[in-house]
Design a protein around this ligand. Sequence first.
Ligand code: ASP
Length: 600
Amino acid sequence: MAETMKGLKRSHRCTEVSSSLAGQKVTVMGWVQKSRNKGGIIFVDLRDRSGILQIIFEETKCGSECFEKASKLRSEFVVAIEGTVELRAGAVNKNLATGDIEVIASSLRILSEAETPPFPIEENSKTKEEIRLKYRYLDLRRPDLQRNLMLRSKVATIARQFMADEGFLEIETPMLCKSTPEGARDYLVPSRVHPGEFYALPQSPQLFKQLLMCSGYDRYFQIARCFRDEDLRADRQPEFTQMDMELSFVDIDDVIDVNERLLAKLFKEVLDVDVELPIKRMTWQEGMDRFGSDKPDLRFGMELHDISDVVKDCGFGVFTNAIAAGGSVRGINAEGQGSLPRKKIDALVEYAKTYGAKGLAYIAIGEDGSLKSSFAKFMTEDEMSNIVAAMEGKPGDLLLFVSDKNKVVWDTLGALRCHLAEQMGLLDKNVFKFVWITEFPLLEWSDELGRYQAMHHPFTMPMEEDLQYIDSDPGRVRAKAYDIVLNGNEIGGGSVRIHQDDIQEKMFECLGFTKEQAYERFGFLLDAFKYGVPPHAGLAYGLDRLAMLMAKQDSIRDVIAFPKIKDASCLLTDAPSPVDDIQLKELGILVEKDQKEEEQ
Ligand code: ASP
């Protein structure tokens, strides 16, 4: 029978018990990690979220009833133990924070028994993720996940305190919002009171935080849950958390300044890492030209080289045609990879194709300087050596080239560069390289929609000096937008907002909205701006990704207590699930029959 607390109070967490308490009584509570019965003595490793503490039951010290009870202990039983701290008589266990002491038990309460868990509760579990997620409450007992969630909590606490000290107000914005599709797909919530009408869950607090600026709150902060119904991608979650902020009477530098100090504080206090300030800034154009990416990983080099000028008159049609069509030929130098076996090079070619490249041309430079290449037969010797020189190729290097439209070239080489760096072991999780990416294009052409789309969102301010091109060459207009990038991950992004009606109208026009359509969706914001709006700007971090990088994990699922899997379902609760017909009826919703059957 499970016992109860009945006046018993925990005095310490497991690893708070230390040698400085030798000789004193303590009361500890937690889960049995393991228990070994060595005849007259029972060793129990007790675990709580702080770590592990060794407890010893000796019949002569705790009495026969208690000893008898202790002999029944099994893994994951929940217990309360009173005892005396002693310095270890035997060998000190250097792997344990409490390895120099043990607690000699005087009493034991079994607060709850436990069945054998479906997988061992231990660090670095090899258990399949589906099983871990089905039994997430057990998985969350594992020390690595507990550390991750404790780190995440610390990040949130420090950020809140920092923002408060800087004069930011924490204000909640609604979860039930108006659907304003532009960007990702909304999650919709049916209204019972207004049959046939829907709320949308927020993709971000963007519009509300801008309204708060109109209302004079000046500096806003929120740790906000956001929802985006996007297509399945490996490391995305349908709901995720932003650390969101907005500031009035500011320009780019003010936002960057406050955020650099926030990042420096977080990394110092959580990881004891010094972030060098000011953080480097790079324009979007430079990011694409040098790294093929608007979120470049600066932990390693392998920069892109544009060799279009070198090959524009060569005999290789694949190169010259791409250049003639307005594209380019660029390459990266994978230093020291010249002897990569053919099979591995073929795998790189296949990888490149997944980014839209038609192929991947290469030159492998032998240790003796000889060249092996997929396109040598179209080139003169001089042309080959000019390419090698332009790529700074040395004996033993592997040069890889893509020729196509610039976007395809950048995307492919940008991804390949990171893929190779991973294979070459260049990605050290203990190194943190930050960079601000600035001067993004305001608009991005969508072939699918046949019109421009906002690269950030429709409220982002164009750069003043580019406003002149907004009618003649909208694609050329740069935005007052910025992303903060860490080790090849966009951890946050934001912009200065448009606060002038005429520019906002122009922006909607560029995005193909009529005045009426713009009003139907965003009228409340446009109206609010008529009553006096300060210039404002803001930024939002993806807290999950930031915590993942700080915890040195590979997946955001490892820093989210109850994550969903790739198809947006929850393996623990089985959400989403069918609902009662009564519920549907109340909402005035008819589910198409074949759809319902398919799901069952
Ligand atoms: N709301 C924006 C986003 O979710 C961030 C911002 O501009 O502040 O990306």
